[in-house]
Write a protein that binds this ligand. Structure first.
Ligand SMILES: *[C@@H]1O[C@H](CO)[C@@H](O)[C@H](O)[C@H]1NC(C)=O
Ligand SMILES: *[C@@H]1O[C@H](CO)[C@@H](O)[C@H](O)[C@H]1NC(C)=O
Length: 367
């Protein structure tokens, strides 16, 4: 049940066991019951070979162009938007219910079926490029997967930011459209921006950090959702340092929340990858954190041991401890006024959830 593998991922509930909620309502944070997301496309040899060569030759020039200024990307977008609407047939815009199709004209791949990743590694859009040297070339997709025409291509954001672009037509968090995050690579190889009025990466709630008191770094790996739900978006807390953890606002995609698989001590961005029953990384990491703002405006954050880590025979005694600490405002804890996982036991058997009321702030303290 907990098993995830490439291509087909069965995820489970982010378990939120509520204490008394501050507002007294029976609040249920929209829970990500992540299901069945499957990678829709497996590139054949023919798709990959030739295109890749051409892509890598052209790529460096484009990166230089995009790197040259803070507003470079947005001015390209604007320019292309105007150009596009002068020359294109509007009926093709129907998908987004209005004249919203943008294009990165400069990035159209001739003679390929691929939309290239349009940002450099050190971009100004707070976008985090995932394995840019692999076939995914930076998109938040599997390393072997390319952004193909006619598909949605999710991208990752830096710690504390979330991707504010997704398929406006998606209506169900589990079914059709649940992999449709990011930009749309259309049949002409043009990247469409579904919500042009939004940034690519928006600042999250900004009320939660990971405070790492350990002598080694630890990476928390967020799942790509909407997307293939792989836990490949890293936030790494350096030794005796802290890192912002993404908390999505209630306006986030279909009111869903964030899920993080948290790695053992000694892990970095590079360890937000698929582990296995011998290697407790990513989906097999020791902890699962959940974060999100609910419809009531409060933020809910949760911690639990990862059942798959336990089932695989890894020892809870061998890993660090985690407690949620309130650092500003009022946080509502479960019954005994704590929420932690220590020496193999959590405050509640299946982990616990803390409510950050209004502007409260909290930390996941690793110790
Ligand atoms: C999940 O995958 C199975 C097997 O591929 C399929 O039969 C089922 O309909 C899928 N469920 C959903 C909700 O997509
Ligand atoms: C991290 O947590 C420790 C232990 O609770 C605390 O002493 C320290 O002040 C925290 N660090 C920050 C940056 O808040």
């Amino acid at each position: 049940m907990m098993l995830k593998k490439f291509g087909c991922i069965s995820l489970f509930l982010v378990l939120f066991e509520f204490g008394n909620t501050a507002s007294g309502n029976s609040l249920a944070l929209e829970i990500n019951e992540l299901n069945n997301a499957s990678e829709k496309y497996t590139p054949s040899k023919m798709d990959v070979g030739q295109d890749n060569l051409q892509q890598s030759n052209e790529f460096s020039g484009i990166l230089t162009r995009i790197k040259t200024g803070l507003s470079e990307t947005s001015s390209i977008l604007k320019r292309n938007y105007n150009r596009y609407h002068k020359k294109r047939r509007f009926r093709r815009l129907g998908r987004f219910h209005g004249p919203r199709r943008l294009e990165f004209n400069s990035f159209i791949e001739q003679n390929t079926r691929v939309c290239r990743f349009p940002w450099s590694i050190d971009n100004f859009e707070n976008i985090y490029a995932i394995t840019p040297d692999k076939e995914n070339s930076g998109w938040a997709m599997s390393p072997h997967q390319q952004c193909m025409r006619g598909t949605w291509c999710p991208y990752a954001c830096k710690p504390g930011y979330y991707s504010a672009q997704w398929d406006p037509d998606a209506v169900s968090a589990n079914g059709k459209g649940s992999t449709n995050g990011g930009l749309y690579c259309d049949e002409d190889g043009i990247l469409q921006v579904p919500f042009p009025e939004r940034p690519f990466c928006a600042r999250g709630m900004g009320n939660v950090v990971v405070n790492n008191t350990l002598a080694n770094p630890v990476s928390a790996c967020q799942t790509v959702y909407p997307g293939n739900e792989a836990m490949i978006i890293p936030s790494t807390a350096h030794p005796r340092g802290s890192v912002d953890l993404n908390v999505v606002p209630k306006s986030y995609w279909l009111s869903t929340s964030c899920q993080f698989y948290v790695n053992p001590a000694g892990s970095t961005n590079n360890e937000c990858i698929w582990g296995n029953s011998k290697q407790p990384l990513g989906n097999w990491g020791p902890y699962i954190f959940g974060t999100g703002q609910a419809a009531d405006g409060h933020t809910y954050i949760s911690v639990r041991y990862n059942p798959l880590y336990i089932q695989s025979g890894f020892s809870l005694k061998n890993t660090y401890n985690v407690k949620i600490a309130c650092v500003a405002g009022f946080c509502n804890f479960p019954a005994n006024n704590e929420c932690k996982c220590e020496n193999g036991a959590c405050t509640l058997p299946n982990g616990c959830t803390v409510t950050l009321t209004n502007d409260a702030k909290a930390q996941f303290v690793l110790y």
